[in-house]
Design a protein around this ligand. Structure first.
Ligand code: G6P
Length: 368
């Protein structure tokens, strides 16, 4: 009903706007005296130092948060991270050695494949941490330990706020592990923690400032047939989510590619007015991705760049540019994904689709 939507036209838009609060509610209870305290992790400092490997297993958007988690945890805490789709993991006889932590990420806590993956890990005697939104759900109950994401109920089939809180939970883990393992200095930890705490208000800034621009961009995309999202490093993980959102609710064919892989296939599909959304939030990789933008531009693509404030080089080679506020390079997914959610939302509105309940999709997939 209209009341449930809190004055918004759709649940998805309401949930997009709830993200500053959801992310704050996930982060803040775990910060005490300028430190990160994750009681529910139930791991001693010794356990954390002895971690040999992390396996992140999930489906859909939750899998994409795992991809972001991999870049961030590996770089900060220097623990090898493997990310796997639950539907693959469960049938692959995965190699789970002592010293491995399995992390199952799920909004609903009921996804059949993710639950089966959890059981597989437990069967092999490997400790399972659930990152779950729904309290008391099957995955929450069966995991050895649960870190709840405090996003509140999510109704729209296309996830937004749950996704954002899963990312926040992974940042908390990455920072905690990095600190205990001594892979970052105290000063670095403090500055990362400060940037982490600023994310909710920066998400709010994007919601306050960028909507009109994104509505305008979306109005140009309703007739698009094919779309690509490209990025390098953590931007590739964000690209995966941006692309899935667009295809889920606007029914535009869309693929995400690591920008460096364009030349190995997808560039053959670039034609006049193909939409390419390029993510450039990693300063050390700007030049590389800009050269990919030039390559698709010269073949007629329409390029939308999403980049950090101040990166005018990207604007010069793109048709349109959306700027996100400045944060540490490890945390940019949290900000860059917001305009991408809004973009797919407004494209879907422009096409008049039933975007809270896209065809053929379910909020929670409890059968195989
Ligand atoms: C469905 C939903 C997605 C979600 C995926 C995994 O496909 O439409 O939004 O990412 O399931 O769901 P889970 O509840 O396990 O996060």
């Amino acid at each position: 009903t209209a009341a449930e939507k809190g004055g918004y036209e759709h649940f998805m838009l309401k949930e997009i706007h709830e993200q500053p609060k959801a992310v704050r509610d996930t982060i803040m209870p775990r910060i005490r005296d300028n430190d990160i305290v994750i009681d529910e992790l139930n791991m001693s400092e010794e356990d954390i130092k002895n971690l040999k490997k992390i396996y992140i297993v999930a489906c859909g958007s939750a899998y994409h948060t795992g991809m972001t988690g991999k870049y961030v945890i590996e770089d900060l805490a220097r623990i090898p991270v493997e990310v796997d789709l639950a539907s693959e993991f469960r049938y692959r006889n995965p190699i789970l050695e002592k010293g491995t932590l399995t992390v199952i990420i799920s909004q609903s806590g009921e996804t059949a494949d993710s639950l089966a993956a959890l059981r597989e890990a437990k069967k092999q005697g490997i400790k399972v941490l659930g990152i779950v939104n729904v309290v008391g759900s099957s995955i929450a109950r069966e995991a050895d330990n649960v870190m709840y994401t405090w996003a509140g109920p999510e109704i729209a089939v296309a996830t937004t706020k749950a996704y954002s809180t899963q990312i926040a939970a992974l940042y908390l883990l990455a920072l905690r592990f990095a600190k205990v393992r001594g892979t970052i200095t105290e000063e670095r930890f403090d500055s990362l923690l400060q940037d982490l705490c600023k994310l909710p208000e920066q998400i709010q800034t994007i919601l306050d400032k960028n909507v009109t621009q994104i509505q305008y961009i979306a109005s140009k995309f309703v007739a698009v047939k094919d779309s690509f999202f490209i990025g390098r490093g953590v931007d590739y993980a964000t690209a995966l989510e941006g692309s899935l959102k667009l295809k889920e609710i606007s029914y535009i064919h869309s693929e995400a590619y690591p920008a460096g892989e364009l030349k190995h296939g997808p560039i053959a599909l670039i034609e006049e007015d193909t939409l390419v959304t390029a993510l450039l939030t990693q300063e050390s990789l700007y030049k590389k991705t800009i050269s990919n933008i030039v390559e698709v531009q010269s073949r007629g693509a329409f390029v939308l760049a999403v980049t950090n404030e101040g990166n005018e080089e990207a604007e010069k080679v793109s048709n349109m540019t959306i700027y996100i506020p400045t944060t540490d390079s490890h945390f940019t997914t949290s900000l860059a994904v917001i305009p991408l959610q809004l973009l797919s939302y407004y494209v879907s509105v422009g096409k008049g689709l039933d975007l809270d309940k896209p065809r053929n999709l379910a909020k929670s997939v409890t059968v195989e």
